[in-house]
Design a protein around this ligand. Structure first.
Ligand SMILES: Cc1ncc(COP(=O)(O)O)c(C=O)c1O
Length: 385
């Protein structure tokens, strides 16, 4: 890694045109199993690029999950398009593919399945629905580097796949992103959208399309290039520990790991371990109190996402002068939105641990399970503290 950074330093080619950026893009495309990958500044803007490349415009509706990071929907809102939320499944906390069709109408243009926690959504189902209704599929793979659904990688199923290389991710350059595609037309659109509207192979001052500067630097590309080779082994190590932790939880009543090894998933990226918590089995200790106790025991859990439609960002968007009338006309009121499963998981039943923990030892997994059990034994003492 230091060697490749030194090479970038010595080349003095630190930005656009630096060979290491092309090299990273080619290696990432090859790894994902597609002909083209375009790097960009982050995973949020990767989605902007994908939306632009697929032609999503103001007023178009884009279906996605309410249980995700804000970065999934900020690009939709930035374009003046309208996010539509389909509830998640309690089995995996991913968009409930059985309910996507209910949300499709004449305004729908795209679906963004989010491979939350490194677990791929059933992409055969999503792609079949998209084909039937002529919709674009943009896979949000921010948490799913190397994940596979039935032998094909996340990012190689949809029209485009978007990645984040932000600090917390399985591969990181501090900030960074990429968009993958199998389709040459979309590759042109991706290149233009993140490169000031230029054509691939076109002239520097030719801005044939609408696009802005969202390019990755050579430093970031060099950091990422050095990590591709380690990703598979690290994901495998996380998988081994996730399976072991899951087995240990058989003896902890009231806490289950979610979708650790689900059918159809041939490679799980385990960006997070998602859990399901039953407070009744913990003497009524609520989820937030349980998480607080975990942290006091040194187990770094998080309570998880708030359903995204309840964020202030979405209510501000709802009041923009060119959005408000559209929402009113279509009867969309995000303040009354209710995805019951997402509400339940977010409010009282879900929690998670970040993937870094899964790179630890077997005894770390044992300490986690023991910690949960210790809290269960002492739940009545911990209540309302
Ligand atoms: C599911 C999901 N989508 C999108 C993003 C946005 O990525 P970035 O933070 O690189 O903009 C993230 C990152 O945290 C994410 O977890």
């Amino acid at each position: 890694m230091m060697e490749s950074l030194k090479k970038v330093w010595e080349s003095t080619e630190w930005g656009v045109g630096a060979p290491v950026i092309d090299e990273f893009e080619q290696c990432w495309a090859e790894y994902i199993g597609v002909p083209y990958a375009g790097s960009c500044v982050n995973g949020t803007e990767a989605i902007t690029v994908a939306l632009r490349a697929t032609g999503v415009q103001q007023g178009d509706e884009v279906i996605t999950s309410p249980y995700t990071f804000i970065g999934t929907i900020t690009p939709i809102m930035t374009l003046g398009a309208i996010p539509r939320f389909v509830d998640i499944s309690p089995d995996n906390y991913l968009i409930d593919t059985g309910r996507i069709e209910e949300a499709i109408n004449e305004h729908t243009r795209a679906i963004i399945p989010v491979h939350l926690a490194g677990c791929p959504v059933d992409m055969e189902k999503v792609c079949a629905i998209a084909e039937k209704h002529n919709l674009a599929v943009i896979e949000d793979c921010a948490q799913a580097h190397g994940a596979e659904w039935k032998g094909r990688k996340a990012g190689a199923w949809g029209h485009t796949g978007t990645f984040s290389f932000q600090t917390s991710k399985n591969m990181s350059s501090g900030e960074g992103g990429a968009v993958t595609t199998r389709e040459p037309g979309l590759a042109d659109g991706i290149f233009a959208a993140k490169n000031c509207g230029r054509l691939r192979g076109g002239v520097w001052y030719g801005h044939e399309h609408f696009g802005t500067n969202l390019r990755l630097s050579a430093w970031q590309a060099a950091l990422l290039l050095g990590q591709i080779g380690d990703l598979e082994a690290e994901n495998n190590k996380r998988h081994e520990n996730a399976i072991y932790l899951d087995s240990l939880l058989d003896s902890v009543e009231g806490v289950d790991a979610v979708a650790v090894n689900p059918e159809g998933v041939t490679h799980h990226a385990h960006h997070l371990v998602l859990f399901h918590y039953e407070s009744e089995k913990f003497d009524g200790l609520d989820r937030n109190e349980f998480c607080k106790a975990c942290r006091a025991e040194g187990i770094p859990v998080g309570e998880g996402y708030v359903p995204i439609y309840r964020q202030g960002s979405v209510s501000e968007f709802s009041n923009w002068n060119y959005i408000k009338p559209v929402l009113e006309q279509r009867g969309i009121d995000y303040s009354k939105e209710m995805c019951p499963v997402a509400e339940r998981i977010s409010g009282s039943e879900g929690f998670w641990i970040h993937m870094g923990v899964l790179l630890g030892s077997k005894s770390d997994m044992e300490a986690i399970a023991e910690g949960f059990e210790k809290i269960r034994r002492n739940a009545s003492l911990l209540k309302n503290q």
